[in-house]
Design a protein around this ligand. Sequence first.
Ligand code: ADP
Length: 297
Amino acid sequence: MVYNFGSINIDYVYRVPHLVKPGETLASESFQQVLGGKGANQSLALARAGGSVTHWGRLGRADRWALAPLEQAGVNIDAIELIEDASGHALIQVDDAAENAIILYPGANHGFTEAKLEALTESAEPSGWLLMQNECNATESVICLAAARGLSIAFNPAPLDAKVASLPLSLCNLLFLNRGEAAALAECDPKCDADALLDILAERYPDAELVLTLGADGVRYQRGDHRLSLPAHRVDAIDTTAAGDTFIGYFMAARQRGDDNERALRLASTASALCVQTAGAAPSIPVAKDVEAALVR
Ligand code: ADP
């Protein structure tokens, strides 16, 4: 089982002629309310990939509709706590030039207590994996509790903040990093060569598997001295939202099935190449049969 300690956000998306200016009141041309958050996206991707995932999260009771897409995908939602306060949510303006401006309120995602986290980790099978991102509070506690429970830990430090570097990352077994996250942890320029970045990270985290995603430049994998490199599919990307989340979900599901790393990377890059060809977050995360079909093409 993968236990995904992750954010659940409600995205309120407003289409506007231009981003609202200070003091201005602007009518929106359209409005959409959709499930979002890196945590929810990664659970969706894992389940759509055929993996077994239990989501550990918190959501405002008024937004319980957001559980339906998770449940329909096959995510175990039993441990998601419904609360009276506001859900994590994002107010997203998108203008005609596809530029956006976002206000993010962490809400329920930042309300985990130590007692709750202890109960969650105690409920986990020690043979499982903890997957987590950086959109909830108490990340350090969760890493320590999961390690004490004997869980393997996969961490994706997104969105990156100043606190990430001081987390006990040596307790993590698998780090999923994009170029910006890798550069920050390696204390390098983000334009730094990918292999040089990996050299530094492999020295810094010698016991961890490292997966470095490089957008259209593909992906590198490193464990000890063993390095794999895979190019990205050449596609016309129209929206890269959730590309990394799709990659992580598909990689974790493949590993859970016992696939080797090469196949896990191939499945994950094929899934994320499909993702970037569709607009939106959750709707752009493909299902396994479409990924398998694209793999044999
Ligand atoms: P994040 O979304 O976390 O910033 P990346 O941009 O590295 O992560 O993308 C994750 C993966 O998605 C890449 O390793 C690649 O497989 C795929 N991907 C992203 N952008 C493209 C693209 N333009 N063309 C093809 N694949 C892409």
